[in-house]
Design a protein around this ligand. Structure first.
Ligand SMILES: [Zn+2]
Ligand SMILES: [Zn+2]
Length: 104
């Protein structure tokens, strides 16, 4: 059964054979060496394993400060900047990871 993990370098999802658990494996996308989590150990400590996580919406809505046009930026642009197609102004896309932090 393949293990699901994520490359720290290129952030791509990876599926690696379970024999690599706890070992290092080269990312097929960027060739970076990543450490595969050891499943046997995490099974005992992780309780929320099957808790479903809601998928984030595919696009981030952002408004142009200059012309007020609503733009839909792909998730990949979170934390980056895009150019408004109407007025060519540079807009900053909010980083969704920060939005997910619990509000206390
Ligand atoms: Zn990679
Ligand atoms: Zn604009």
């Amino acid at each position: 059964m393949p293990l699901k993990t994520k490359c720290n370098e290129c952030n791509k999802k990876l599926y690696v054979p379970s024999k690599f658990a706890g070992k290092k494996h080269a990312c097929p996308h960027c060739q970076a060496m990543i450490t595969i989590p050891d499943v046997k150990r995490s099974n005992q400590t992780t309780r929320q394993k099957f808790e479903p996580k809601p998928d984030p919406p595919p696009n981030i809505d952002v408004f142009c400060n200059r012309c007020q046009t609503q733009l839909s930026a792909p998730n990949d642009f979170a934390g980056r900047q895009i150019k408004c197609p109407k007025c060519q102004d540079i807009l900053s896309i909010p980083d969704r990871n920060q939005d997910n932090e619990p509000i206390s």
